[in-house]
Design a binder for this molecule. Structure first.
Ligand code: UDP
Length: 424
């Protein structure tokens, strides 16, 4: 029988059980790696289970992801929906046998929304935390999802979203921003020496093959070079190819580092290989003088702690961090860069607008306007004072707005809103 796997099995309860589709890769997994320990430390019997799925299941759930961002043709096929429900049915039974009245289950994103009816049937409180969406009112993509999933949604007690605009109509909603863990390997303070050692160990500045990451480059990045960075999954909406196209508009000494997970390691993101292939093709087509300034870094979760330290080092080393997303639910990569005092240039979309106050804690630009993005990056590169001023304001804003204990309290408040045996 296909069944979920515990990342952390909860105790006797009352339990707060998170369920999502992957233990590594992407913002939800990142969030849960910080949130679950924080909830345990706060005396909450927290658990975390990850569902399984096949290629057809994850191709469908990725299409739901795009629809919630209002991308792609606004259609859902009955066959895909039936398959989705078939894959989840035994896993819903497995989970429903392990929770009951007094417990709260938090389902993260559309991959696991289909578990809601069985869990509600078991008497648990059911929260759906939808991390993605669009702020365009009346958008066709989300409407199609809400219609197809009306039965599942009616079993949800509260929907949690990062922005109010992402919520489906007709269900109680709580708006809770994500959070980051300043003590985690991804974010903990790191001196310049350690940063340099990690980048050398990864092969970025040393040019040697490494267990830590796979780096594709013509030559190592010079140790003192100015560096522009984007960190993200190889997802079409993150627009890594668009970041590569910034290169001709940047000063000739600036190196561009595109860092992302190994796509083979993220089961719920089937598009990664194709995006990475496109980035490789674009890089190969560049004249040698530009190509030597592009470095593709693929991190592996085989040693998750070291991979997180490498991302930490890259973010600290970058002179400017870019997040050229065409759509973005929230964008933890930006929170992480801001928390490290980095000046960020980000697409004026979704959760990036919620995080950045334009001109004070970063710069927001039209992400499809390559010249405008490059100009914003160049402007920051040319002015150390602006970079320092923005970086300091960004660090203060991230620390004040996105601490993990705030999210722990948010979840407590959400669960407390749902009466025992809530009527759905
Ligand atoms: N990330 C990582 N290694 C990578 C690329 C991304 O650890 O090679 C992390 C990144 O640091 C962040 C998360 O994955 O914590 C991405 O979250 P975000 O909300 O930015 O985007 P999502 O992937 O959820 O769309």
């Amino acid at each position: 029988m296909v069944k979920p796997a515990w990342v952390r099995e909860p105790g006797p309860g009352p339990r707060l059980v998170h369920v999502n589709a992957t233990a590594t890769g992407g913002g939800v997994a990142e969030l849960l790696h910080g949130l679950v320990p924080a909830q345990l430390a706060a005396g909450i019997d927290a658990g975390w289970a990850v569902i399984a799925g096949d290629d057809g299941f994850f191709a469908f759930t990725k299409s739901l992801h795009h629809l919630l961002h209002d991308r792609g043709a606004p259609r859902i096929s009955t066959a895909d929906l039936d398959h989705y429900r078939e894959v989840l049915a035994p896993q819903a039974q497995w989970l429903a046998a392990r929770v009951g009245p007094g417990d709260t289950v938090v389902l993260h994103d559309p991959q696991v929304l289909g578990l809601a009816p069985a869990l509600a049937g078991a008497g648990a409180r059911v929260v759906w935390h939808c991390h993605i969406g669009t702020d365009a009112a009346g958008a066709a993509g989300p409407e199609v999802v809400w219609r197809a999933f009306s039965a599942e949604l009616s079993s949800v007690d509260v929907v949690v979203t990062a922005l109010a605009e992402y919520a489906p109509p007709g269900r109680p909603v709580a708006v809770c921003a994500p959070a980051f863990d300043p003590k985690a390997a991804k974010n903990r303070p790191m001196c310049g020496v350690e940063t340099g050692e990690l980048l050398a160990e990864a092969g970025l500045t040393a040019g040697t093959a490494s267990e830590l990451a796979a780096v594709e480059q013509d030559a190592p990045m010079p140790v003192g070079a100015r560096m522009v960075l984007q960190v993200s999954r190889w997802d079409p909406l993150k627009d890594m190819p668009g970041v590569l196209r910034l290169l001709p508009g940047l000063p000739g000494d600036v190196h561009l580092v595109l860092a992302g997970n190994d796509p083979e390691e993220i089961p719920d993101d089937p598009e990664g290989l194709a995006v990475l292939a496109e980035v490789r093709r674009l890089r190969a087509e560049l004249p040698a003088s530009l190509r030597r300034r592009v470095h593709l870094v693929r991190t592996s979760q085989r040693d998750a702690e070291r991979a997180a330290l490498l991302i930490n080092a890259l973010q600290r080393r970058a002179d400017v961090v870019v997040q050229k997303s065409l759509a973005e639910g929230f964008g933890l990569t930006v929170t992480e860069a801001m928390a490290k005092g980095r000046p960020v240039v980000a697409g004026r979309v979704g959760g990036l607008c919620a995080q950045i106050e334009h001109g004070r804690t970063g710069l927001l630009v039209d992400p499809v306007d390559t010249a405008a993005v490059a100009a914003a990056v160049c402007g920051l590169l040319s002015c150390l004072r602006d970079r320092e001023r923005m970086g300091a304001a960004a660090a203060a804003a991230a620390a004040a707005t996105y601490p993990m204990d705030r999210l722990v309290a948010d979840y407590r408040a959400v669960a407390a809103r749902i009466p025992e045996g809530a009527s759905r």
